[in-house]
Design a protein around this ligand. Sequence first.
Ligand code: 5AD
Ligand code: SF4
Length: 433
Amino acid sequence: MKKVYIETYGCQMNEYDTEIVKSVLLKENLIFVDSPDEADVILLNTCSVRENANRKVFGRIHKLRYLADGRPLQIGVIGCMATDFKEKLVQNPKLPIDFIAGPDSYRNLYKLINSTEKKPYDITLSEFEDYADIYPTRVKGVNAWIAIMRGCNNFCSYCIVPYTRGRERSRSVAGILDEVKQLVREGFPQVTLLGQNVNSYNHDGKDFPYLLEKVSEIDGLERIRFTSPHPKDFPRSLIKVVATNPKVCKHIHLPLQAGNTRILDMMRRTYSQEDYLALVDDIKSHYADMVFTTDIIVGFPTETEAEFEDTVKVVEKVQYDSAFIFKYSVREGTIAQKKYKDDISEQAKTERIIRLNEIQKQISLKKNKAHIGQIHTILLESDSTKKSKNEMQGRNDGNKLVIVPKGNYKIGDLLQVRIKKASAHVLVGEIVS
Ligand code: 5AD
Ligand code: SF4
């Protein structure tokens, strides 16, 4: 019986896929182990979204092979790097990779692991694969990821995802509801609905706001989160559900990518700066304290300093609680790679990212400090990751980490907490009930 160790890189969809992979292989009686030293098979569930995600994995593969020191070991690359680099990964004699499988090929993993072929691969993308019949092997905790759709049809010019994950497909409402009911029976108080663009969820004419409403009707479920909605098609009905449904968290991750309309056009985002700001205003008019977070790319081809200032302007206007900011990274095969030269210097990208991160940090700090004295409901999720034995941590409705002293409480409890202290990244509170 082979022992398998799996490492996950990239987004929440990959975290979820790792749980699918575990179910597929457990069914074949393989065993999962917690350390690469004990493993016969090491799977790296990889990400291709930026160059440094790739680099990290290549470094890791060489290190794992070196540490194995000649011991028999199969290394498999699965996930987005498999469909991005394709057979090059197994054909390059310098890469110690034994097999590869793309995001739609996990049902064939057992076959690939036991194949008699030299370096087998399966990188086929499917229009239909949704793994709906496979119940993921989740680690017990507070949040359960659940993919409501797979793939992406947007083809933003910088993005590799449509090529690595294929065409968009949605799971059935009934299947999703059954899975959430089962999760509640297992004790998960929170689910996060995942999709590359949840706003294009569509199954038999049922859209995302409908699905969200239906999920919220499930008894025993406390909190619902979702990620990510595309700003181009954010329906009114979704604003209403998020603003009014008590189970749906008041937090929207709304990827901006850039604040300048010419750059947004080149990115093929199909909204302007004005459209984005109008959407945010509209949402705030329904729920003034909505928490916004975002993704931003700096240094897209031809972005001038003045155009970058438009991104700064939007960041200052929206007042995000936090933002993930990235330097533009060329992805082979994307529209931007074919059409535009990566002409913004590394130095300019670095200056822009530092500047924007600093501005965002001040906004986060200011917003967090404004919470001092308020009472927040937090869902207790674990011991403090800051290694303090006397503290636990949870998240408030806006998804912010809140540290509290340890008491007689258990993971999954909903607690009322008075906020006492704040930094740019966390809140510290005392439990009031
Ligand atoms: N370069 C830099 N950042 C990128 N992202 C996606 N593609 C690229 C790229 N080529 C960022 C986007 C996306 C997040 C997941 O990664 O901001 O929302
Ligand atoms: Fe997730 Fe995109 Fe990375 Fe694939 S490339 S793992 S979809 S972030």
